[in-house]
Design a protein. Structure first.
Length: 414
């Protein structure tokens, strides 16, 4: 059930008319979400596959001791996904696993026997020669799919919504995929990619589920469990709080599912963070009426990777049952996080974090520094003993905009 929804208006400079909004869900009813895909056995199988990839290695965890001290927290650690597979973002984990599972299914290879080397065996090359992957993306997922296609010797077609970053488009093309902008927003671009898959016989690898399409989105989410497992091994103790950014919700759904499956009631307090301009999961949590609440029309947020208007129903089932807080934030929160991570205190490690990657760190800092947010800090339970885990999901995937924010102290006003 919903416990509270609170709104704090901020009216300082270019924060005018922007707001941080929060909803809290209690979990009185018995959970309904299936956590089997994130069990210890399932997560071990996913990680075992990832370890067969030629460029796999765990991404680093930056332990920001001086930042934690300055904010009055016991620990702040940020997992740096800019180091993942040379892709500058985490999406390759989900894309590679979903593509591999799809190919193994087609070839009749059991999931527990699936390795990169086996899928690339000479006897399968002719059968896979005509496979074309297709997806819609704001940038990072499409780059991950293009990379997976190259990894397995496949073709890829990638569609991006209108107004996307030319640099992100170029990065996708640089991996050999055919990529182009559409005249649609993100969610309609997903529908267009699905339509093209049906018409052309292409293999849709989309990171959100819809009616009749759930298997590959589930595999993509399972792929992210490797990230959660790495983070726990590196953290070395149980975080008290995890802050997770959401677009359609696949990453936070997967990470929340992992912690719920592995630690049950001992899991950390989980807070989901979205941009005001694409806060479909916050709206769904705040309404708490059993329906998805979508954001329609053109979505103009600097957090391009989070600019999605419709929740992934697979992810929402998990977040509904196991996430605690849902926060919708304005653009400057992401910009603040980018500057904090890009300009570390003393000998803290520098994390080059893009707009979607840095928003959770920006929110943590704002909660601890802004007295008008005391109500939300207290509701989340942040104290001097809190141990925080954030995930920087991307690096400077749009370098021009990164420099505008971090060097010039600007963020676009749409």
């Amino acid at each position: 059930m919903i416990k509270n929804t609170e709104l704090c208006e901020l009216t300082e400079g270019n924060r005018m008319n922007e707001s941080i909004k929060a909803a809290h869900l209690t979990h009185d009813a018995a959970p309904q979400a299936d956590l089997t895909p994130y069990s210890a056995e399932a997560a071990a199988r996913v990680e075992a596959f990832h370890r067969t990839l030629p460029t796999y290695e765990p991404t680093p965890l930056a332990d920001l001791r001086h930042l934690a001290k300055s904010l009055g927290l016991a620990r702040v650690a940020v997992k740096d996904e800019s180091k993942r597979f040379g892709l500058n973002a985490f999406k390759g984990l989900g894309a590679s696993y979903a593509v591999a599972r799809s190919l193994a299914q087609y070839l009749g290879i059991p999931a527990e026997e699936m390795t990169y080397e086996r899928l690339r065996a000479p006897e399968y090359r002719e059968r896979l020669r005509g496979v074309t992957l297709v997806t819609a993306t704001d940038g990072n997922h499409g780059r991950g799919v293009a990379w997976a296609a190259k990894l397995f010797g496949l073709f890829a077609r990638v569609f991006m919504p209108m107004g996307g970053s030319p640099e992100r488009l170029a990065n996708i093309r640089g991996l050999g995929a055919e990529a182009s902008f559409t005249t649609y927003n993100y969610d309609d671009t997903v529908r267009y990619a699905s339509q093209m898959a049906q018409e052309k016989g292409w293999l849709l690898v989309q990171d959100t589920a819809f009616d009749g399409y759930t298997e590959r989105p589930q595999w993509i989410m399972q792929g992210y469990s490797t990230l959660a497992h790495e983070a726990m091994e590196q953290y070395g103790e149980m975080p008290t709080h995890i802050f997770l950014q959401a677009g359609v919700g696949s990453l936070p759904g997967a990470v929340t599912g992992y912690f719920a499956a592995h630690y049950g009631a001992e899991r950390p307090v989980i807070t989901i963070v979205e941009p005001n301009r694409a806060d479909c999961i916050y709206r769904t949590a705040a309404a708490n009426d059993g329906k998805s609440h979508i954001v329609t029309g053109e979505i103009n947020s600097i957090m391009a990777g989070l600019s999605c208007g419709e929740p992934n129903p697979l992810a929402w089932e998990i977040l509904r049952d196991y996430a605690d807080h849902f926060v919708s934030v304005p653009e400057w929160v992401a910009a603040k996080g980018m500057r904090i991570l890009g300009n570390p205190l003393d000998d803290d490690l520098r994390v080059v974090s893009g707009e979607s990657g840095a928003v959770t760190t920006g929110l943590v800092a704002e909660l601890m520094q802004n007295a008008s947010l005391d109500y939300l800090r207290d509701a989340i339970g942040l104290t001097k003993d809190s141990r925080i885990l954030c995930i920087s999901t991307e690096g400077d995937t749009d370098r021009t905009n990164y420099r505008r924010v971090v060097w010039d102290g600007l963020y676009p006003s749409f």
